[in-house]
Ligand binder design. Sequence first.
Ligand SMILES: NC(=O)c1ccc[n+]([C@@H]2O[C@H](COP(=O)([O-])OP(=O)(O)OC[C@H]3O[C@@H](n4cnc5c(N)ncnc54)[C@H](OP(=O)(O)O)[C@@H]3O)[C@@H](O)[C@H]2O)c1
Length: 269
Amino acid sequence: MKKLSLQGRFTLITGASSGLGLEMARIVARDHKGNLVLVARRLDRLEALATELRAHGVEVVCLQADMTRREDVQRTFDEATKGRSIYAAILNAGVSYFGLTLEQSFESFEQMLATNVTSVVWLAQRFAQHIVAQGDHGGLMIVSSLAGTTPTTYQATYCGTKAFLNNFGVAFGEELSDHGVSLTVFVPGGIATEMGEKSGTGRKFKKGDVGMMDPDACAQIAVDGFLARDRFVIPGALNLMNHFFLRFTPQSTAAGITKRIYRSALAVK
Ligand SMILES: NC(=O)c1ccc[n+]([C@@H]2O[C@H](COP(=O)([O-])OP(=O)(O)OC[C@H]3O[C@@H](n4cnc5c(N)ncnc54)[C@H](OP(=O)(O)O)[C@@H]3O)[C@@H](O)[C@H]2O)c1
């Protein structure tokens, strides 16, 4: 398959109001002259980003949508494809939970499941159908996490959702390759974004710490892998090394390692 070519075509990015999604949008517009459909709940942030990106001579559409709401997820697809074809879709929106699973509310779990899994499956299938029907060999990307490759203690539900995405994404990508359409699963480790503060992992890992990537550098690797149509992309030498060694580590040992790493931030005895 030829590399993806985003110039003059529309790429949709969910979770574009901050962090990795925002930086990927910048790269698509600035370096590839790609048009964009930006999706998130914080419309003011999307509109400010759209103003910045239009200076690169590209078209930018903002869609306010909440991925926990089924009607918003469906509307995202309907509005994104109304009168335009989407060449590429980057499903990046995600939320995390850091803490004792015994204490996580079921409501918080349901919202995470809807954002990280249910909406991703729905949009991936819809956009894949749309992209296959266009016949111009576009692509999809799902942003997962290294947490999905190993049992991550105190992020049990989060790592569960990302484990789903890793397997779903690679398997669905295999099916899509029969249609000349690629699906890249992007699998970062720690990134210095708002997610640290929102979930609480920021109490342990901060910007500048070993292993914490800057969002712009991480986004560059994501977009490069996406354009190359790579199936499973882990950014950074340290993340690649961790992934390699953890493959030979028993699951219970890995859970114990992550427990030791995180428990001081939780003040668990
Ligand atoms: N940060 C890390 O250490 C890390 C590590 C591995 C993987 N990841 C993954 O990378 C992706 C991007 O995260 P990030 O680090 O860039 O975090 P972030 O800065 O918190 O960005 C998350 C994005 O998702 C959007 N979002 C969250 N809930 C949403 C909802 N219900 N509906 C619509 N949009 C929603 C947010 O927009 P609004 O709040 O405006 O809706 C925001 O744009 C996520 O899938 C995350 O799991 C992050």
